[in-house]
Design a protein around this ligand. Structure first.
Ligand SMILES: Cc1cc2nc3c(=O)[nH]c(=O)nc-3n(C[C@H](O)[C@H](O)[C@H](O)COP(=O)(O)O)c2cc1C
Length: 212
């Protein structure tokens, strides 16, 4: 396959617009509005978001699932000893990214991250399906395994050990990203896209429009 197969891929975006007169003054409210529109659209996993961390000046990005949002920030769950968990311990500056292709929308978020309380993590853990709980217990997330078999055996062992009510591991829980900057990008026709950036200074959000 030549480069042409990629070079000719392009779309015109013509579904929505982001008008200064219509945007919410509060970016979390604006996020919730766009999120609800994603839920009603054919976006398969609207809560899938990329999170970038930085370790020794090297960025790393992976997808996690947004499990809650409030004026305090964006919550997801993971293994605290994973690659991302260790990166966060040394550098709390992260960025998040949502891409909702069906709506021609992107949201970029910068902020600082911290662990949520153990009790909130345990409460969420207890609500998860059995297999997900076993997964959290059995997976040495981001560590090297000798083989797939080794991993499968470890999962089996944990199922035998905890036929019901697996407990929330100490090294598993939630993180919350407290945003300092949020950009909403709406694809428009003729590459005249809308970009509205919210920035937080002294607890107040202000907005500006950027060239596409
Ligand atoms: C759609 C999707 C959802 C995911 N959700 C999570 C999640 O909520 N938490 C998580 O730890 N990993 C999740 N993962 C796996 C991560 O992308 C990643 O492989 C894993 O967390 C290890 O990352 P790390 O080695 O950088 O720590 C998800 C992957 C995909 C593709």
């Amino acid at each position: 396959m030549g480069f042409g197969a990629y070079e000719n891929l392009r779309k015109d975006y013509n579904k929505f617009e982001l008008l200064d007169s219509k945007i919410d003054k509060n970016p979390i409210n604006q996020f919730e509005l766009w999120f609800s529109e994603s839920l009603q659209s054919e976006v398969e996993e609207p809560n899938a978001m990329a999170i970038s961390t930085v370790s020794n000046n090297i960025p790393s990005t992976r997808i996690v699932l947004l499990k809650g949002v409030s004026q305090n920030g964006f919550i997801f769950y993971t293994n605290y000893d994973s690659e991302k968990g260790l990166a966060i311990e040394n550098n709390p500056n992260v960025s998040l990214l949502f891409f909702w292709d069906k709506l021609h929308r992107q949201i970029r978020i910068n902020g600082t991250i911290q662990k949520i309380s153990r009790s909130q993590s345990v409460q969420y853990f207890d609500s998860r399906p059995y297999e997900s709980k076993i997964g959290a217990l059995a997976s040495n997330q981001s560590k090297v395994a000798a083989s797939r078999e080794e991993i499968e055996n470890r999962f089996k062992d944990f199922k035998t050990r905890y036929p019901e009510n697996p407990p929330c591991p100490e090294n598993w829980g939630g993180f919350i990203v407290e945003p300092t900057k949020i950009e909403f990008w709406q694809g428009r026709t003729g590459r005249l896209h809308d970009r509205i950036v919210y920035e937080k200074n002294n607890l107040e959000w202000s907005t500006k429009r950027l060239y596409p």
